[in-house]
Design a protein around this ligand. Structure first.
Ligand code: 13P
Length: 248
């Protein structure tokens, strides 16, 4: 039985000192659930200090980005090899903020997820439509195109988590309804099933991100095809994030 995944994406928030205080507190407040994995994705500067606190605990550690080469003259970049060395388990690839602010394309994201699995790390591929695309009925077309492009020649599907993050729901306080999310997740699972086989498709996690909160988590997690959440703002607050982890 696959576990659900409750992940916090801290984005560009928390100093290393604040990060350590937070994860120590989180370890005390939460427990090792049998049915759910808990993941923290802090900024790069907090990864190593947090990794020392999380060693041999039930919390997983993730990075928010990575470059697609192992080493070389790429000023300012961080490689999957470096992340692996400090015990990073997951990497978020292709978050909409990376796409829209930093110009990441599906082609770049495709290279990243391939390199990440080659280094023994699990990629979390983010996809999602803009507001005008939803309003003009293009949601499924956009999702299909992103899946096709980002998964070209990608074999290690069992290592992949897909995060559906509609851009209009991110940081807006306006989450997609459980029904809207379920509809897209079912579409994603069917697409993956056609390309890779239904058994694999059923076994991978498709998670949702966009204004997840203590108020909406229980309803979201009741849907059959929602295998977890990627939480931004609410993951910065220990009370809110603990409640989200403890969804009913
Ligand atoms: P919010 O939860 O702040 O809307 O952010 C979602 C997100 O982008 C997670 O990756």
């Amino acid at each position: 039985m696959k576990k659900t995944l409750i992940a916090g994406n801290w984005k560009m928030n928390k100093t290393p000192t604040e990060s350590i205080t937070f994860v120590k507190d989180l370890l005390e407040r939460t427990k090792n659930y049998n049915d759910r994995d808990i993941l923290i994705c802090p900024p790069f500067t907090s990864l190593y200090p947090i990794s020392t606190v999380l060693k041999n605990t039930f919390l997983f550690l993730g990075a928010q980005n990575v470059f697609y080469e192992e080493k070389g003259a790429f000023t300012g970049e961080i490689s999957p090899l470096m992340l692996k060395d400090i015990g990073v388990d997951f990497v978020i690839c292709g978050h909409s903020e990376r796409r829209n602010i930093f110009g990441e394309t599906d082609e770049i994201i495709n290279k990243k997820i391939k390199k990440v699995v080659q280094n023994g790390i699990n990629p979390i591929l983010c996809i999602g439509e803009k507001l005008e695309e939803r309003e003009t009925g293009k949601t499924f077309e956009i999702i299909k195109k992103q899946l096709e492009n980002c998964l070209i020649d990608f074999e290690d599907i069992e290592k992949l988590t897909i995060a559906y993050e509609p851009i209009w729901a991110i940081g807006t306080g306006k989450n997609a309804t459980p029904q809207q999310v379920e509809e897209v997740h079912t579409f994603i699972r069917n697409w993956v099933g056609k390309k890779y086989g239904q058994n694999i498709s059923d076994s991978i996690r498709v998670i949702y991100g966009g204004s997840v909160s203590p108020e909406n988590i229980d309803d979201l997690m009741k849907e059959k095809d929602i295998d977890g959440v990627l939480v931004g703002g609410a993951s910065l607050d220990i009370d809110k994030f603990s409640r989200i982890i403890d969804y009913k």
